[in-house]
Design a protein around this ligand. Structure first.
Ligand code: E4P
Length: 227
């Protein structure tokens, strides 16, 4: 399974990219708002992310409401950099927009996906990526991972005739909160997990690693002292 980072924060993206484990970036309007960015800076900001992560897919979300506006905004975003992926929310307006953009070779990440029928329709319309949200189910007392399991199985049962040569459509496990979500996404066969920086750091930690490191250091100090 590949790791994407779910943030619009340039420092977080730079640091995660330096680890050598990053395969892409996802952003959304809330994540951009969190950076304090202004409207006029949105597109330049996306270009900066694309430059930091050259060659890796960077999802920039459209805020358009109609099919025509989504197509126009999708074309404009895609022209910003070769690694831009246009993020569209799954809905009646976005399916024809996805279909049109896919026919032009523009990659769409269909977001806010919460059910297998939504995921299947996203795939049929030509989405390059499909983003089922896990944590938001957990937030309302439901089991996000159960829903993810349904969506992965449903989508992976079929082929769709788009993006085959790139191995698409790929499933991005989104709304990830914990290392447990990451583990289970991998066991369920999701292609990607997009993880906020804080949760990404938690994925690297284990108390037994810390304990083991402390005891190695203490024992090595004895060896050094014995010289
Ligand atoms: C996905 O691409 C979204 O940006 C993101 O995962 C949403 O997560 P949240 O539920 O933590 O806002």
């Amino acid at each position: 399974m590949k790791f994407f980072i779910d943030t619009a924060d340039l420092d977080e993206i730079r640091e995660a990219a330096s680890w050598g484990v990053l395969s892409g970036v996802t952003t959304n309007p809330s994540l951009y708002a969190r950076t304090g960015g202004k409207l006029a800076d949105f597109e330049p900001h996306m270009v900066k992310i694309c430059e930091i992560c050259e060659g890796l897919p960077v999802s920039a979300e459209s805020t358009a409401n109609t099919t025509e506006e989504m197509i126009a905004e999708g074309r404009r975003l895609a022209a910003l950099a070769p690694n831009i992926v246009v993020k569209l929310p799954v809905c009646e307006a976005s399916l024809p927009a996805t279909h049109q953009l896919a026919s032009e070779g523009i990659r769409v990440n269909m977001t806010l996906v919460f059910s297998a029928p939504q995921a299947l329709m996203a795939a049929r319309a030509g989405a390059r990526y499909i983003s089922p949200f896990v944590g938001r189910f957990d937030d309302i007392g439901d089991e996000g991972l159960d829903h993810l399991a349904e969506m992965v199985t449903a989508v992976k049962n079929y082929t769709y005739g788009y993006w085959d040569e790139e191995g698409g459509p790929e499933i991005i496990t989104a709304s990830v909160r914990t290392p447990h979500h990451v583990t289970q996404a991998a066991l369920l066969g999701a292609d990607i997990a997009t993880v906020p920086f804080g949760a990404l750091k938690k994925c690297l930690k284990h108390p037994l690693t810390d304990q083991g490191l402390a005891s190695f250091e203490a024992d090595w100090a004895k060896v050094v002292a014995s010289q």
